[in-house]
Design a protein around this ligand. Structure first.
Ligand code: TXA
Ligand code: MG
Length: 321
């Protein structure tokens, strides 16, 4: 049966209080939420997504103050980042409190937390006596949803309801920062630009090997991936040697003369925020045409361009190495 698409916060809160699964809108992507303090409710998230139990979930809070309920000994720098960027597309990995069940953190002694910036979900979190554990609301390994319709299409028959908050403004998952050994370290490029974070932290260390992006070869298939095969590079050059039919995902050019079935331009004016906002919908759209090949152009490697390029590389990877 298809999930119900709802708009009422009270109804949404009632479902979560009853231990149900609810997809929620955030500014980044839609999340698949359950009561973070209820092991049984959280276990349903893993089941619905077919997510391996070693991949921990982010806990969504109503405010920075609520950090105290789920973390302990928060580094000063984390507090500064929270103050500067919450609510917003930033997840902080912090020492966990015992209130959080092991299933949420995959048994780690840290927990990922963020305060999302979406009016409906803010109101929902404020009305609940518990925080929400929520991964992106897609089956494990697939492109994240940036609208209620995307969630319905991929998980509709496995969840109870979807709180419809429109199209996600940012369109990329949150940037993840951790503090191993006291050093501010980026774990995932995302919707908050590194340059802004580094104004507070100074140069970040890099460690881009999350559980869903392991180092071990062959452990997991490609992530963020559509069904078509994605090739990265200059579309004009790639098109010379490519089997037809193919489609193109471009930054701002139209590439009208290359014989593509369709060209999806991320931002005609070359704006990285607009490109991020449209990236996943663009991949889904081109994929839905049934074209077996997508030629994708890499963006300038700065600001959100870094996060977009990271997702394009993952979409293009046959397998992670
Ligand atoms: O924008 C977002 O972050 C969205 C929205 C719904 O908030 N959520 C999201 O969740 O992207 P998910 O589960 O798809 O990605 C979270 C990533 C995973 O790769 C997980 O391994 C990592 O965060 N993570 C969570 N807790 C962690 C921890 N304690 N230590 C290291 N990595 C952690
Ligand atoms: Mg995800």
């Amino acid at each position: 049966m298809a999930a119900r698409i709802i708009k009422d916060i009270k109804e949404a809160a009632g479902l979560l209080q009853a231990g149900k699964l609810l997809a929620i809108p955030t500014e980044t992507v839609y999340g698949l939420a359950a009561n973070a303090f209820e092991e049984k409710a959280v276990s349903r998230i893993f089941k619905a997504k077919k997510r391996p139990s070693y991949d921990p979930l982010i806990v969504h809070l109503s405010s920075a103050r609520a950090m105290e309920e789920v973390t302990c000994s928060v580094p000063e720098m984390a507090k500064e980042l929270a103050k500067a960027f919450w609510p917003g597309p930033l997840t902080l990995i912090l020492p966990r409190a015992q209130s959080i069940p092991d299933i949420v953190t995959a048994g780690l002694d840290t927990v990922g937390v963020r305060v999302p910036n979406h009016p409906l979900t803010a109101e929902l979190l404020n009305s609940l006596p518990f925080p929400l554990a929520a991964p992106s609301a897609n089956p494990f390994g697939f492109v994240s949803p940036t609208s209620a319709e995307h969630v319905e299409a991929q998980l509709g028959d496995r969840i109870d309801a979807i709180l419809d908050g429109g199209v996600c403004k940012v369109g990329l998952e949150s940037t993840i920062i951790a503090f191993p050994g006291g050093q501010a370290t980026i774990y995932r490029y995302g919707g908050l630009e590194i340059e802004l974070i580094e104004e507070i932290t100074g140069p970040l260390a890099r460690s881009l090997h999350l559980a869903s992006n392991p180092l071990a070869p062959g452990m997991l298939k490609k992530h963020y991936s559509p069904g078509a095969r994605v090739y990265l590079g200059n579309p004009a050059e790639l098109a010379l040697h490519m089997d037809r039919p193919f489609a193109i995902l471009s930054f701002s050019e139209k590439y009208e003369d290359l014989g593509a079935e369709e060209v999806f331009t991320l931002s005609g004016k070359g704006d990285l925020h607009e490109a991020a906002h449209r990236l996943y919908a663009g991949l889904r759209y081109l994929d839905s045409l049934g074209v077996p090949i997508i030629l994708a152009e890499l963006l300038p490697d700065k600001g959100l361009g870094q996060a977009i390029n990271d997702r394009l590389r993952r979409a293009a990877a046959r397998e992670l190495h």
